[in-house]
Ligand binder design. Structure first.
Ligand code: MN
Length: 238
């Protein structure tokens, strides 16, 4: 069987005016049997449509805060850096890929982005809007467990991992506030934040708030998430 080609949304460094990529996103996909390719931040609808045809699935990576304009709010002073080019590209990519039921996995910013695109809202700044004892911004090394997440029974994540509790790493400034209509929660942090979601009416649209790309070397559960995504993207459908 041909390897599934997974388009990976690139990271953007404003100070260096550069694209960049964390190896874990690509290596986690490669280990799961996929061929990952890093995408350009194009705003051309025709090019995005071509990318959707070329790729079997898409990984939405971490990165800058999601622009509050996506969910109808003005940025607070505590909102972090925004990358308008990424927001525009990812919005168009997500919409087109969703129409064609392409498998998608969102990580960190990815879960926030899916939620904002589908009509939900975000905490623009967790420390001020959701004070908690739980450390959602950890220090390196990033493959450590820093908080737990309860996995909701009867969800695909519970079926995949065969457990109801999961220790996760955590490095995020924002998080889901109001869950988007259509999205279903799959996991919740010990302090009550949505940590994993999926779209029940799609083949595979999942997203997690934690970082399997930092932990797949040591954590089997992280590898299982990459594998489930790649398996969905590899399935010959229709
Ligand atoms: Mn967290």
């Amino acid at each position: 069987m041909k390897k599934a080609v997974i388009g990976v949304t690139p990271l953007w460094d404003r100070d260096r005016d550069s694209y960049w990529m964390l190896p874990g996103y690509l290596e986690g996909l490669e280990l799961a049997g996929a061929l990952p390719i890093t995408l350009p931040l194009t705003e051309d609808a025709g090019d995005i449509s071509r990318l959707v045809s070329l790729c079997d699935g898409f990984l939405f990576t971490g990165g800058q805060d999601v622009s509050p304009e996506l969910y109808g709010e003005k940025p607070c002073v505590t909102c972090g850096e925004i990358c308008a080019k990424r927001d525009t590209f990812e919005q168009r990519l997500f919409t087109q890929a969703l129409e064609q039921d392409k498998p998608m996995l969102g990580i960190c910013r990815g879960i926030q982005f899916f939620n904002a695109c589908l009509g939900g809202t975000l905490y623009q700044d967790l420390p001020t809007e959701y004070p908690s004892e739980v450390a959602h911004v950890m220090c390196p090394p990033y493959d450590r467990v820093v908080h737990s997440a309860a996995i909701l029974p009867e969800t695909p994540l519970a079926a995949l991992l065969g457990r109801t509790e999961l220790g996760v790493n955590s490095y995020h400034h924002q998080a889901i506030k109001a869950l988007a209509p259509g999205l279903a929660e799959m996991a919740r942090s010990e302090d009550g934040l949505v940590e994993a979601v999926y779209l029940p009416d799609k083949t595979f649209v999942w997203a997690v708030q934690w970082h399997p790309e930092f932990s797949f070397h040591t954590d089997e559960n992280s590898r299982k998430i990459f594998s489930a995504f790649v398996a969905a993207a590899s399935d010959p459908r229709g």
